[in-house]
Design a protein around this ligand. Structure first.
Ligand SMILES: Cc1cc2nc3c(=O)[nH]c(=O)nc-3n(C[C@H](O)[C@H](O)[C@H](O)COP(=O)(O)O)c2cc1C
Length: 364
């Protein structure tokens, strides 16, 4: 039988792991304090699926869930905020979570009013550069305002306009994307902008990658793709199955056939829908060239192709013609598992990578 002193002695490995965990907590302390979470990992809002269940699971497990308002009218958003709080209360764990609003929404002001009335603590303004007035309206209501910045100059502009934190999202991400990779955006922005916490998104699927961005100065990270196959996520089983089968190279940006007819780039798994989209663009452009339709109608026809396509795939399970929005990290999604287990895996990987650098314990 071991005596008490022996029982309390930690192995070198255990000591290194404790050191790694302390170091991780130090690295993302600013992010955790900003979010009010245990780990500075945001579950990026995903239209249709970042609803009460996924958000409550993320925040309940110590991360930070973000409700996707998407195209919801204000009354639906109010209902969803209420339901998320009720779900958390039922589990006895009321934690902070955010609400993601799309700036192009025709009722943006009314949606911000809902967040203000319901005392939402964090509002994320996404889908285009928010106006200074929108940022002010969010903040005047008492919430923290998080904005997306696709470039250094815009990051500075958003901070001047009052953004309390930024998300920088690289082209590896799922959904609507910009042209620049996560690693380049991080190098451009993280060393230059220190005034507000910055969360890095796009292509992150393991803890080691989280550590690398934290060490570059990020306050935390935002992941979307990695949470699609969470057990608590309401995505259709066929949508999850497509994720489990896919590798990084299957998650590709939409193809634009003709620069005269711009296409908003969206990263999604290639399927019949993506091939049909190319064909549709060709046919519409041929009709335009033959003088059968004007440029505006041609552009509208192209834009309407994907209307409702994400819902069709993620809720109805139409994985053939719907939009299977996914980031390149989809290859790292290998099984359906609870949110708490995913977060735990990410933290364990982060701690292990830091522990490898723990100083050797010095004998007395
Ligand atoms: C299916 C899907 C839907 C998404 N919908 C939204 C959205 O409605 N609003 C938004 O700001 N971002 C949206 N995103 C982006 C995520 O919030 C997140 O920033 C992104 O997934 C992070 O990169 P990752 O996919 O490499 O993890 C979506 C992403 C996916 C995969």
């Amino acid at each position: 039988m071991k005596d008490a002193t022996e029982q309390m002695t930690l192995t070198d490995g255990e000591e290194a792991a404790l050191w790694g965990r302390d170091r991780l907590d130090e690295l993302w302390a600013r992010g955790c304090a900003f979010l009010g979470s245990d780990v500075a990992i945001l579950g990026g809002a995903m239209s249709w699926i970042s609803e009460r269940h996924l958000v409550a699971a993320l925040s309940g497990a110590g991360g930070f869930g973000v409700l996707a308002a998407g195209s919801m009218p204000p009354e639906r958003l109010a209902e969803e905020i209420e339901a998320t709080r009720a779900l958390m209360a039922a589990r006895g764990r009321q934690r902070t979570f955010g609400v993601n609003l799309i700036t192009m929404h025709s009722q943006l002001d009314a949606l911000i009013d809902v967040c203000r009335e319901m005392k939402v603590s964090h509002v994320v303004l996404a889908g285009g550069l928010p106006s200074a007035a929108s940022i002010r309206k969010v903040k005047d209501g008492g919430a923290r305002c998080v904005c997306f910045s696709p470039a250094l100059a815009l990051a500075r502009k958003l901070v001047r306009a009052g953004a309390d934190a930024l998300v920088i999202e690289g082209a590896e991400a799922g959904g609507h994307i910009g042209p620049v990779s996560t690693t380049v955006l991080a190098q451009e922005i993280l060393p230059q902008v220190r005034d507000v916490p910055i969360f890095v998104a796009g292509g992150i699927g393991r803890g080691e990658a989280i550590v690398s961005f934290l060490e570059m100065g990020a306050a935390g990270v935002q992941l979307g793709t990695r949470f699609v196959c969470a057990s608590e996520c309401i995505a259709h089983p066929a949508f999850k199955k497509a994720f489990l089968r896919a590798s990084a190279r299957d998650a590709v940006p939409t193809v634009q056939v003709d620069p005269r007819f711009p296409v908003i780039p969206v990263r999604a798994l290639s399927n019949k829908g993506t091939a049909d989209f190319v064909e549709t663009q060709r046919q519409v452009i041929d009709r335009y060239q033959r003088g059968e339709i004007d440029q505006k109608s041609a552009q509208l026809e192209i834009e309407h192709f994907w209307a409702g396509a994400l819902r069709r795939a993620v809720i109805d399970g139409d994985v053939e013609t719907g939009s299977l929005m996914a980031g390149q990290s989809v290859g790292l999604v290998t099984r359906e598992q609870p949110v708490a287990e995913i977060l735990d895996e990410l933290v364990t990987q982060a701690v292990a990578s830091l522990a490898r650098r723990a100083p050797q314990s010095t004998p007395f």
